[in-house]
Every structure is written in C-alpha cells, then in structure tokens.
Design a protein around this ligand. Structure first.
Ligand SMILES: [Zn+2]
Length: 60
C-alpha cells in the first residue's frame, strides 16, 4: 500500500479501512466524533478512498 490513512484531525483517533460489497470505506475507532464518524464516502478502490479521507483530514 502506497498511501497511509491520516489520523482524525479532531479527535486524533487512528482510522481503519474496510472493504465490503465492492466498496472501500474508512471507519473511525471513535464513534463519538462528528468529524470522522460523519465521513461516509466510499470508493471502489482503496487508493481513492484513502485519498478522499486524507483530503478531508487536511481540509479540517
Ligand atoms: Zn474524529
């Protein structure tokens, strides 16, 4: 894997990437955080999904 998930910029939790039903999605370990728990973009490639999350983490 060439990309790495950034931690949530709000709560600092590590994020994990999961795969189901043909889509990759980022899962927060902190269910109480509006920022990472509210991220529900999915992508058909792991690379795209990681990029989508990292872009959101960067843009706060
Ligand atoms: Zn968070």
């Amino acid at each position: 894997m060439s990309s790495k998930l950034k931690p949530c910029p709000k709560c600092g939790e590590e994020m994990s990437i999961e795969y189901a039903c043909g889509e990759y999605f980022v899962l927060p370990t902190n269910r109480g955080c509006y920022f990472c728990d509210g991220f529900n973009e999915m992508h058909s490639s792991e690379e795209q999904e990681i990029e989508a999350w990292n872009r959101r983490a960067d843009n706060g």
